[in-house]
Design a protein around this ligand. Structure first.
Ligand code: FMN
Ligand code: SF4
Length: 512
């Protein structure tokens, strides 16, 4: 009997040596005359176990990890290909506490099968949403997405259904679906994991979006730093074309949808939707004035749906199970689930998909296991480089867009970066301001000049030069940037600096 052995092709697993592990398993099996099939799956998101090797055992999938190439002969000695006991056996993978307590809707398939195989995709409920959508009108598809309560997962949390409705209602001979796969936020990797681990889910979501609004062409704008996601997407798209799920006649119907990947050149501002569109058109990525909204005049001046990877990848399950099913998860106006990314100084880092409503403290301690260093967690930055730093007193904040807004923070793309008590928060504040000065697109003065002056002011505070006066100047600059900037890059940069000053004044040499 052939044993199926799963070794992830995800970037994190590769960074830990998954390719060498897979090669060692293949060579050792050949040497011993054991029949094995190695499937390169997506990662389950438990990074401390990578490379995680999984076996199809009678009672379900059993894992071993982390497995280096050198561990492989001993694994075969133990008979791991039959699920036998070994020191690195972690048991049934989906019963590992970190995994078991998740609510995986968008990531339900990641890690289960070959990510680019259409047959595997179908075998795990793939393309059911598209099957339904093909029999629905555009209005009904948009209604299902609206009813689900899905809000954009790229950062701004704008309701997806409203955006789609605008594009549907705008007359044009050509419309576009653009996927924002720039994923520039620090500490975020859910887009990447989805694209590497279940790219067909994104392909399906974009195809459904095309059917909904009447768009026949889609583009995935992918950051160039994601070569493994690039490969997986291209393989998945080619396989979807070959199986008749993309092209002039989707599954033999009169509906058309074409899709291709375009690479960005590595500017943070190209994640902002209008800069992204300029970049996609071959221009230097610079923020456009709004209005007109991209939904009305977007790519090449045509109506365009632009959504984040996770937003679009959440659509297939909504069309499969219905808007009400998705809406049942979550709290308040934050419906469904959010793939949270645990990073920084945590014992267990990785991806946790949970319904909105979980607290930051639960994520840091129940999932993350506390700090990696064993020291107290002092600060957490949520939502990327423009997100506020939160102290321990705010750890009971619930993962909910509105709850985060109430404490002057934002959920953004769900990245959570933890720092222990050795962190210098003045240094972090300087870093935030400097990041803006480096990444500013330069179109407006408060951001372009303000961020450079901001770094200088912070440096003077650090050097103890007229500290009190410079803090007044810094607070004044916050207002100028917040209210005077053209986009959220300059508008939100004060947030990490302000929160560092508010919650950790001692690091700035001032009393609370
Ligand atoms: C400076 C800046 C960077 C951004 N970077 C990203 C990004 O990397 N990925 C993303 O999906 N959205 C990013 N956004 C948000 C997009 O402008 C836009 O809101 C999003 O693509 C809309 O998709 P959604 O509604 O599905 O979230 C960024 C916004 C700003 C202001
Ligand atoms: S705020 Fe910054 S990034 Fe945004 S338009 Fe102005 S200069 Fe460009």
């Amino acid at each position: 009997m052939t044993s199926r052995i799963f070794v992830s092709r995800d970037s994190t697993a590769l960074a830990f040596g998954a390719d060498a592990t897979a090669r060692a398993i293949e060579a050792e099996a050949k040497k011993r005359g054991i029949d094995v099939t190695i499937v390169r799956n997506g990662s389950r998101g438990m990074f401390w176990l990578e490379p995680l090797v999984e076996i199809d055992a009678p009672g379900g999938r059993v894992g071993y990890g982390p497995i280096k190439a050198a561990d492989v002969p001993a694994l075969f000695d133990a008979g791991f290909e039959r699920g036998n006991v070994h020191g690195l056996r972690v048991g049934p993978v989906e019963m590992i506490t970190f995994f078991e307590r998740q609510e995986r809707l968008t990531f339900a398939r990641v890690g289960l099968a070959d990510p680019v195989s259409v047959d595997d995709y179908r075998a795990h409920h793939g393309y059911r949403g598209l099957d339904n959508a093909l029999a629905m009108s555009g209005e009904d598809i948009v209604k299902a997405v609206t009813d689900s309560g899905l809000r954009g997962r790229g950062g701004a949390a704008f309701p997806a259904g409203i955006k789609w409705k605008t594009v549907l209602g705008t007359e044009s001979a050509q419309k576009y679906i653009v996927c924002n796969a720039d994923e520039g936020d620090s500490g975020t990797f859910s887009d990447r994991m989805l694209m590497e681990g279940d790219p067909l889910c994104l392909v399906e979501g974009m195809t459904i979006a095309g059917l909904a609004v009447g768009a026949t062409q889609g583009y995935i704008y992918l950051r160039s730093e994601y070569p493994h996601a690039h490969r997986a997407l291209n393989e998945a798209i080619a396989n979807a074309y070959a199986a008749g799920y993309l092209g002039p006649s989707i599954k033999g119907t009169s509906k058309r949808f074409d899709l291709e990947v375009r690479l960005g050149a590595g500017a943070y501002i190209c994640g902002e939707e209008t800069s992204l569109l300029d970049s996609l058109e071959g221009k230097r990525g610079q923020v456009r004035f709004k209005p007109p909204l991209p939904a009305i005049k977007g790519l090449f001046g045509r109506p365009t749906v632009i959504n984040n990877v996770i937003t679009l990848a959440s659509v297939p399950i909504i069309l499969d199970r219905g808007g009400d099913f998705y809406k049942d998860y979550g709290v308040g106006r934050s419906r469904g689930t959010l793939p949270l990314q645990l990073a920084g100084n945590l014992k267990y880092t990785g991806l946790v998909e949970k319904a909105f409503g979980v607290t930051l403290r639960e994520l840091l301690y129940d999932y993350g296991g506390g700090s990696y260093s064993g020291r107290p967690i002092r600060a957490v930055q949520v939502g990327g480089p423009l997100g506020a730093y939160l102290p321990e007193s705010q750890f009971d904040t619930v993962v909910d867009y509105e709850a985060f807004g109430q404490v002057g923070a934002m959920l953004g793309h769900g990245g959570i970066v933890a720092f222990d008590d050795t962190v210098d928060m003045l240094e972090q504040a300087r870093y935030a301001m400097e990041f803006c000065s480096i990444e500013s697109c330069g179109k407006c003065t408060p951001c372009r000049i303000g961020s450079t002056r901001g770094v200088e002011v912070i440096d003077r505070i650090r050097a103890g030069i007229e500290r009190d006066q410079n803090i007044v100047v810094l607070k004044d600059l916050f207002e100028t940037m917040r209210f005077g900037s053209l986009c959220a890059m300059g508008g939100l940069t004060p947030d990490p600096v302000r929160s560092a000053l508010q919650y950790f004044p001692e690091d700035f040499g001032v009393r609370a």
